[in-house]
Design a protein around this ligand. Sequence first.
Ligand SMILES: [Fe+2]
Length: 494
Amino acid sequence: MSDAHEPDKAQDVQGAGSGTPDIEHILEEAVPEGPARKFSHTQVGRLRDVLARLYALRRTIRFYPLDHPATAQVIDELYPAITRYHDEGVDLPITFYEDELLLGEQLLAEDSVLFDQLIRDMTALNVGTLCFKAGLQRDELLRFASVLSNDSESVEKRGGIKALMDVAGLTHIEVSPVTVLRETAPAGDARKAARESYNDAVDLLRELDHLVRGNETLNVPRVKASVRSLVDNVLANRYAMLELSGLKSYDEYTFYHSVNVAILSLALGSTLTKEYRFLSTLGVGALLHDVGKMTIAAETLNKPGPLTSEEWVSVRQHPVLGAEHAALTPGLDKASLVVIFEHHMRYDLTGYPQQVSSRPQHLASRIVAVADAFDAMTSKRSYSSPRMQSEAIEVLARNAGTALDPTLVRLFVNLMGAYPPRSIVRLSTGETAIVVSPSPRDPLRPVVRIIANAVGGMIDPVDVDLSNPEVAGAREVRACLDPTGVNVDVADFL
Ligand SMILES: [Fe+2]
């Protein structure tokens, strides 16, 4: 909806930097040292056999006893698939890291998608790296199967995966635990961590812009690391992130807009589920939703007036162009591509690209559509001034059931409150304040930062929870103010 006349500001490419640990860095710790860390193309290709049989083994032993012929058959197939590597003089180290699979140090983009359930199963058992070493015997594999037959709870109860492996006497199968990368920031540093995550994501967008314009594929591990950090920060401190999502840049509109849409989408998505994979897919789709605009001429995107029909056709291509570019990038989750493709399709499916079937928009696309509309409306564009946040909420509500999913709009309004963070408000006392966060108790009474007294004199900012009468007294929000009208730069006070 809001993107209906969406000229953008494509920008100069700047150097990118990252404070977030990337997957290569992680792997240095996760992959055990060994004599053979490089694998031939054929050896990498053959790993799919091993993974398929390993997955089959894990499934089989959940249903059949160890001495059942079905188990024996899977082991009969798995054993030679593994020892073939040993015959070729290499050990077989397989790493399961979050949603990635690696052979040695090599990231296997396609297998990571194909074997996502196996990755989940192994990481749930705290198997980070699994190394089958030369000298492995068939009966050792059978004892390993007995270890794998435990669920994560019983593994934990029995002292962890390593203890179980020791008891089973597995000398040629080694496991290293999952490397924990995500450090939870202490509460005092939550704002700093949120800010770093935000800046890192903006840097990433600048980098992607450079890659897309050079017709190069996207750097998937970098995208996923950035999204991981956004997810962590949204889960750890939703309001510090929501506060940042009000940051705008006229010059680098697309970059900031994409990051804001990712944060708003994750905040909304995390009210539905805390499931990490879903949030990760949602975050990637949201961050890349407008990647197709990076191939559209800047003059068209920045045009202040109405677009010609030709220009309009070109702008409407961006979901398809974006999805096509992303589809050529191995390792991106399919659902993320769907978000890029569908984000302008509208809830009633009357948007673009035109839908041939009546399949509803994917949940992640519907979430991103709400976030996209809100951020676009509250940003200054070449053809329009920003709307006040409270006004944007009203527009969302008016479009619930047509352009936008009504349930998601309701959840978004609950999340942001009647007065979203960064709104400037006049209180019943005449004081001027900035909304810091909605109150969980009363959407009409947010936590505010009072910045000016009743006669307009600036004061040392003081935070007041309007839902707590003991501190707020009779104060309540009287009106939302237009930031341009009151000459206040919200960023100075947050
Ligand atoms: Fe878009």
